[in-house]
Design a protein around this ligand. Structure first.
Ligand code: SF4
Ligand code: SF4
Length: 379
């Protein structure tokens, strides 16, 4: 194939071999290339070297409390939607050493937890995940309390988005964002996988100068209008197939119903396990722990993900503020869907559906909002 002359906003067609070249090119540029892999029965994000490492021919079945990897279209690379892991695992790791102090003569030598890892190339980022990363950018790039580790990793990252051509069983991104499953910004390159009439190809769009530079080195060919239409239609089909939606009234509804009996109802089902916060691509709460060795020569400070479902999370002098599960669930959903707007200027939910799939008892964030709305309508 011919070399493409790509600019931001340009689009070319690649075949699978071209996609392999993309992964090789990113690795040659010094990126640690992460992408979707099937591991332990689920799709997760891990180092990939070629398209053979991707979940080839696999798709996920997701429902409330249910996740299964099953056979999909043979040879499809992106037929799955997503798994329990999100990109925050790599940009804001679950555990991170912030500093280490070691006794040195009469004093201490301090090592910072400075990030000297190679830049990350994130391959297979879905539209909801792009929006979640934009939300975490606002959370962590906030002036006085900016998070340098996150910002360092994020600033060096190269993002290859993948448009969804199937909706997962618990997805509802179309009701959270006008562009739904279409990647509409925040990427360097965006792929749409199309399989039709025995052909298999990827429409690749550039979203940045870096993306254009990488694409110039790949064996792409020009797109035809019919190919662009086919790619757009494939994503529209995913948008139309979403079986859930978030009631638009959620923002005011939750704020005005702090004493609603639904909180006790959901507390009767919720295990307060915190799964929903761990799989959520926007949740960012963490705690800090100091540890020492037995001899007292080494001390370390670690940051670990925390969850507002933990009783200790709201501990202040004298005890925990949110002792009941009902209060913890109400805190999570009200922050996510309502007060997040005041804090960060957007919803804290992107409609990925992970909290529904990975809740062991299948509690559905959209159903809980709908229940409160319906009770108000009944008066
Ligand atoms: S609240 Fe649930 S659906 Fe919304 S972004 Fe988080 S995990 Fe996804
Ligand atoms: S809503 Fe589900 S996932 Fe979240 S804490 Fe309760 S039981 Fe766990």
């Amino acid at each position: 194939m011919e070399q493409s002359e790509a600019k931001p906003g340009a689009a070319v067609i690649l075949d699978r071999e071209g996609l392999d070249r993309l992964l090789e090119t990113l690795a040659a540029e010094g990126f640690r290339v992460l992408g979707p892999v099937a591991r332990d029965g689920a799709v997760t994000y891990a180092p990939v070297r070629s398209t053979a490492d991707l979940p080839v021919g696999l798709r996920d079945r997701q429902e409330g409390g249910v996740y299964r990897l099953e056979s999909g279209r043979p040879e499809a690379l992106f037929d799955y939607v997503h798994g329990p892991h999100t990109w925050k695992h790599h940009l804001f790791p679950p555990e991170q050493r912030l500093w280490r102090a070691e006794r040195d003569g009469r004093g201490f030598r301090i090592e910072s937890g400075a990030d000297d890892e190679p830049p990350l190339a994130l391959v297979g980022v879905r539209a909801c995940e792009l929006r979640a990363m934009a939300i975490q950018d606002r959370v962590f790039d906030n002036g006085q309390f900016a998070e340098p580790g996150y910002l360092g990793r994020r600033g060096k990252s190269f993002v290859v988005a993948v448009n969804c051509t199937r909706a997962g069983g618990t997805c509802f991104c179309s009701s959270m964002h006008a562009d739904g499953p279409h990647a509409s910004g925040g990427y360097d390159l965006a792929l749409t996988e199309v399989m039709e009439a025995g052909a298999h190809w990827f429409l690749v769009e550039t979203g940045s100068e870096s993306g254009a530079r990488v694409l110039e080195r790949l064996p792409g060919r020009a797109t035809a209008p019919a190919e662009r239409s086919a790619a757009f239609d494939a994503v529209e089909q995913a948008a139309a197939a979403m079986g859930r939606e978030m009631p638009p009234e959620a923002v005011d509804l939750l704020r005005c119903n702090v004493e609603h009996p639904r909180w006790d109802d959901v507390a009767g089902r919720c295990l307060s396990c915190g799964n929903c916060t761990l799989v959520c691509p926007t949740c960012f709460c963490s705690t800090v722990e100091d540890v020492t060795d037995l001899a007292g020569d080494v001390a370390e400070r670690w940051r670990r993900w925390d969850s507002c479902f933990n009783l200790e999370f709201s501990y202040i002098h004298g005890g925990s503020v949110r002792r009941q599960v009902s209060a913890r669930y109400r805190q999570w959903i009200t922050h996510k869907l309502s007060t997040w707007w005041e804090q960060f200027g957007s919803s804290g939910c992107v409609g990925c559906g992970r909290c529904i799939t990975w809740c062991p008892v299948g509690i559905d964030i959209t159903a809980e909002v709908r229940a409160i709305r319906d009770s108000e309508e009944r008066g």
